[in-house]
Design a protein around this ligand. Structure first.
Ligand code: ADP
Ligand code: MG
Length: 249
């Protein structure tokens, strides 16, 4: 086993709760309602992973499997400026964007296939000086939720999600990379699913995702992030801010 890498989030309370940052060789799931900040955290990690280790990064590049078309280059630029001024570094936003490889997933099958493409790209970049150290799937579950409606198909859905998660875990291991997946939960009951306020994929995801984080809105730009499940860390809560500069204290 290679030395576990950690990506800092931009918020020290969040990092402390995670034992120093988001770990490689694991899947971290962040779940919460629409608008709670899951995609913001994902964008921030896509920036931070590129930083040198002494600044909380892994000198890496990133692959984003974007299933909801929510990747925004302009938001990355804002966050790059935020990090640059916070850390007193000169960062080139265009270069940061070039190290973010975004693939749009059109359905759940395509999403699963894109993990193979991600493995290929990671192999290509392995000795480039910018190895892929972060794979994001945002959202992990949206296509699955939309495609598998009704009780009869739930077992199929779980089986496919499970296979997908194994592929992601393999990616994390082979590349000593962080894998971050997002999962939307509903605020209100939804006619199709048992307990819609729990993340879909519930059981299986619960056993596969190593770190589970629940994020919810708080006052103003604050968000509460709760560590629900971890193999080696106590449960905990962190207050983060999502501002123009990105994820901060
Ligand atoms: P989701 O959990 O659905 O992925 P998002 O990560 O897209 O939610 O969060 C959207 C929220 O993030 C917005 O409602 C806003 O509060 C915040 N946000 C997005 N962009 C900015 C920005 N440029 N400056 C400040 N806050 C922002
Ligand atoms: Mg989102």
């Amino acid at each position: 086993r290679l030395h576990i890498g950690k990506i800092k989030t931009g918020c020290s309370e969040f990092d402390e709760m995670m034992g120093g940052g988001i770990e490689s060789q694991s899947i971290t799931e962040i779940y919460g309602e629409f608008g709670s900040g899951k995609t913001q955290v994902a964008h921030q990690l896509a920036v931070n992973v590129q930083l040198p280790e002494e600044y909380g990064g892994l000198d890496g590049s990133v692959i984003i499997i974007d299933t909801e078309n929510t990747f925004r280059p302009d938001r990355i630029k804002q966050m790059v400026e935020g990090r640059a001024s916070e850390l007193g570094l000169e960062l080139d936003a265009d270069e940061v964007l070039r190290n973010i490889h975004v693939a749009r997933a059109y359905n759940s099958n395509h999403q699963i296939l894109l993990v193979d493409s991600a493995l290929d790209l990671a192999n290509e970049l392995k000795d480039s000086g910018r190895p892929v150290k972060l794979l994001i799937v945002d959202s992990l579950t949206a296509h699955f939720r939309a495609e598998y409606i009704g009780r009869g198909t739930l077992a199929d859905r779980q089986q496919k999600l499970n296979k997908h998660l194994h592929g992601l875990q393999r990616f994390a291991n082979l590349n000593n990379a962080v894998v971050l997946v997002t999962n939307q939960v509903m605020s209100k009951p939804d006619v199709f699913f048992g307990d819609p306020t729990k993340p879909i994929g519930g059981h299986i995801l619960g056993h596969t995702a190593t770190f589970r984080l629940y994020i919810r809105k708080s006052k103003g730009d604050k968000r509460i992030v709760k560590l629900i499940d971890s193999p080696n860390l106590p449960e905990g809560e962190a207050v983060i801010a999502v501002t123009k500069d990105g994820v901060t204290n």
